[in-house]
Unconditional design. Structure first.
Length: 233
């Protein structure tokens, strides 16, 4: 990531970088005093919601039928901010740009570890049996390197709702929060040893350029989900 990339993200987060540069917005490739100071400040817009002291997200009970499942795999749809008909065919739960939760067409019990059934959610190559698929509706046209968030960047609202959904699912199905049981699609190959086709969701956060890599992102949502479960215990 270049200085210009960092400055662009700082601007997107609401920081004042001055009037230098071609656009007179402080984005000039020179990591000067204002840019350095911005790194030590909280963003003025888009700040994450604090975790509650107790409770987890209210995923409707009807959306979580009895099933034997071992893990939750987190994705992004690589589409727009709303769940499309195609999106709902591949995931059990989807989170739209405003943080609203949408139920996918497949029922979670169709991905039972005893064997997938007709109409199951096909969300992860060779890793659908016993796996719940949760996806954020975002990142259409995104590019991994050099990173570009595309036309529908992941929102803070989606990111903030994700750990609530994960905590609700973990509590319902008795899934412990570990790197092997709650992980992103981008972590599947490295963590579970199941080869994927270059999937990198979720390895970057569109609103935070300083979080880089699938494990770094996964560790964040696991930490927040675990905190919610602990608070609710």
């Amino acid at each position: 990531m270049t200085v210009l990339d960092i400055q662009r993200r700082l601007k997107a987060l609401g920081h004042d970088l001055g009037k230098s540069g071609a656009a007179k917005d402080g984005v000039d490739g020179d990591f000067g005093g204002k840019s350095q100071a911005a790194l030590s400040l909280k963003p003025t817009t888009g700040a994450p919601k604090p975790l509650p002291t107790a409770g987890v997200s209210a995923v409707p009970a009807a959306w979580m039928p009895a099933a034997k499942v071992d893990r939750i795999i987190v994705h992004w749809t690589a589409g727009g901010h709303k769940a499309s008909a195609l999106d709902t065919e591949h995931y059990h739960l989807l989170i739209e740009a405003d943080g609203g939760i949408v139920r996918g067409k497949p029922s979670i019990d169709l991905n039972d570890r005893g064997g997938v059934k007709a109409g199951y959610a096909a969300h992860t190559l060779n890793c659908n049996t016993g796996s719940i698929g949760v996806s954020l509706c975002c990142m259409a046209g995104a590019v991994e390197s050099p990173f570009k968030a595309g036309s529908a960047p992941m929102t803070r609202e989606q990111w903030d709702e994700l750990p609530h959904v994960l905590a609700a699912l973990c509590r319902r199905y008795g899934i412990p929060v570990t790197p092997k049981t709650v992980l992103s699609h981008a972590e599947v190959q490295g963590t579970l040893g199941i080869k994927q086709k270059g999937k990198w969701d979720i390895a970057r956060l569109a609103f935070d350029p300083f979080v880089v890599g699938a494990q770094a992102v996964g560790d964040l949502f696991r930490k927040r989900a675990a905190a919610l479960l602990e608070a609710a215990a």
